[in-house]
Design a protein around this ligand. Structure first.
Ligand code: ADP
Length: 489
């Protein structure tokens, strides 16, 4: 089948989070199974900076009062995947992907509308359409909205199906009603049955109702988002489409995340020979500023976007009893100022023990996965989560809250079986209990050896998940007519 991915980020071109890892890896896995995959991404300032790429098309975007124009560039075919970059300096030659100084760009609706229109106009240059356009998150949600409105009569797209994957329901692409005009969308879409949401334009909602199939990134999260607790106001919309909603777990790309080959580590290691892990730990603690590091003490790793979703307010609550223990915390992250400040304060309060780096640093992320003994993710919600899966491979059992993909990927350790430590209730006590269990287990060398071996033997490569996606594509390609046209009256 011929599948076109439309997404706002993808490794190696642009990344702020897990979406980029998925868009980097899933196409490769699908291509390896014989499918032809194109990936359509924006070209940001940092994307292949300074590199001259060959342009393969110029597209016209039907905005008012003036038409806009953009260039599509060839990102270079590799491993059977063909990336194309949407180059529009007016909208994308900026430092941030979505925001600057913590504030969303005010023209985000127009920017990603332009990107989605660019994808559709570009696809029309091919002799035949793709079987499925696979759109990711709100930034690509305008694709199904355009297909059901502006492009409704376009014969080129008549048999094209749209799959929409929600990587995080917390980001919906909410805009004032004036965004309809910025997006060149008909006013008739602004109804409760359409993309109106409490007086605003909600692009993610459009993605959910106008796509032919919806997925999210773990089975548990697919269930959770149909409830008021996790549905962010869209639970009713999601429930109304539940026969077209599934959860497919993210895989990980072990080409990038394997301690046996990881080029960012001071020493590589395997499950059979863990000596390198001790070296990684010693180097990490030194690098992060621990004086005369005590290697027998457990090091708890954190690598995260700092957002309310990630549950770090719980750490603040247990700071005192936790840091009274003989251990290290090694944290890396950036994000909302209140959490950045929290980590800075903890580092100042517990010097040499709470080691924090407020930065985005891919090499250090790898070094923490390897050098920490256990990995902490107390998320309030977690659609899939990748770091806990990387941790397994690096022999760094995760301590997680049993939500979303964290629950689906981690089995609680019972002394024999299990790969991590789980807690259910979102509370400081529950988190502290799980950390205590982890630390006690760490002290019992034989038990710790068992859990590390269990963790490292897990396989979350993309092969199985790619098959599940392909099964949905096939089902869609074979299915009959699209739903009714909407909102143009
Ligand atoms: P999310 O997509 O919600 O941010 P995931 O766990 O799915 O969470 O993916 C996070 C990805 O981003 C991982 O690959 C992780 O290593 C990376 N990451 C997050 N924060 C940082 C950081 N400060 N420095 C380097 N990599 C980071």
């Amino acid at each position: 089948m011929k599948i076109c991915f439309v997404a706002s980020e993808g490794v190696p071109f642009a990344k702020t989070g897990g979406l980029a890892d998925v868009v980097g890896a899933l196409p490769k896995a699908l291509a390896a199974q014989g499918h032809a995959i194109e990936v359509f991404l924006p070209r940001y300032r940092a994307t292949m900076a300074g590199k001259q790429l060959s342009s393969v098309a110029h597209v016209t975007l039907p905005f008012r009062p003036e038409l806009k124009f953009a260039t599509i560039e060839d990102g270079g075919q590799a491993a059977g995947v063909h990336p194309y970059l949407f180059n529009s300096p007016e909208y994308f030659d900026r430092d941030g992907l979505y925001q600057a100084q913590g504030q969303d760009y005010p023209d985000n609706a127009r920017r990603f509308g332009a990107f989605c229109l660019g994808a559709l106009e570009f696809l029309k240059r091919f002799p035949s359409p793709p079987d499925v356009i696979h759109c990711h998150d709100w930034q690509a949600a305008a694709v199904p909205i355009y297909l059901r409105s502006l492009y409704r009569e376009d014969p080129f797209f008549k048999n094209v199906r749209v799959m929409f994957t929600i990587h995080n329901l917390g980001y919906q692409g909410l805009f004032p009603p004036s965004a309809l005009e910025d997006l060149a969308l008909p006013a008739g879409l602004f109804t409760m049955q359409g993309i109106e949401f409490y007086g605003k334009v909600n692009l993610l909602k459009g993605g959910i109702i106008y796509s032919d199939f919806i997925s999210t990134v773990s089975r548990k999260y697919a269930e959770e988002i149909q409830t008021p607790e996790y549905g962010c106001g869209l639970e009713g919309v999601l429930r109304s489409r539940k026969d077209r909603l599934t959860g497919i777990l993210n895989g990980v790309d072990y080409d990038d995340w394997d301690p046996a080959t990881d080029k960012f580590l001071p020493m590589n290691y395997t499950a059979n020979d863990l000596r390198g892990k001790q070296t990684c730990k010693a180097e990490l603690l030194k690098k992060m500023g621990a004086v005369n590091p005590r290697l027998e003490r457990p090091a708890i790793g954190i690598v995260s976007r700092f957002a309310a979703q990630k549950g770090f307010d719980l750490i603040a609550e247990i700071a005192e009893p936790l840091m009274a223990k003989e251990l290290y915390v090694v944290a890396l992250g950036t994000g909302e100022p209140q959490y950045e400040n929290l980590f800075r304060q903890m580092a100042a309060r517990y010097p040499g023990k709470f080691l924090a780096r407020i930065a985005y640093d891919n090499a250090l992320a790898h070094q923490i996965e390897a050098g920490a003994d256990m990995f902490l993710m107390p998320s309030r919600y977690e659609p899939c989560g990748l770091n806990q899966i990387y941790s397994l491979k690096y022999g760094t059992p995760p301590v997680v809250r049993a939500t979303g993909g964290l629950d689906d990927t981690i089995k609680d350790f019972n002394g024999k079986a299990g790969t991590g430590f789980k807690f259910t209730e979102y509370s400081a006590e529950a988190l502290f209990g799980a950390l205590q269990r982890a630390i006690e287990t760490y002290r019992r060398q034989a038990a710790w050896h068992v859990i590390v071996q269990n963790a490292m033997s897990q396989d979350f490569s993309w092969t199985q998940s790619a098959r599940e996606y392909a099964a949905v594509y096939e089902r869609l390609a074979k299915s009959g007519v699209q739903g009714p046209a909407v909102g143009v009256g």
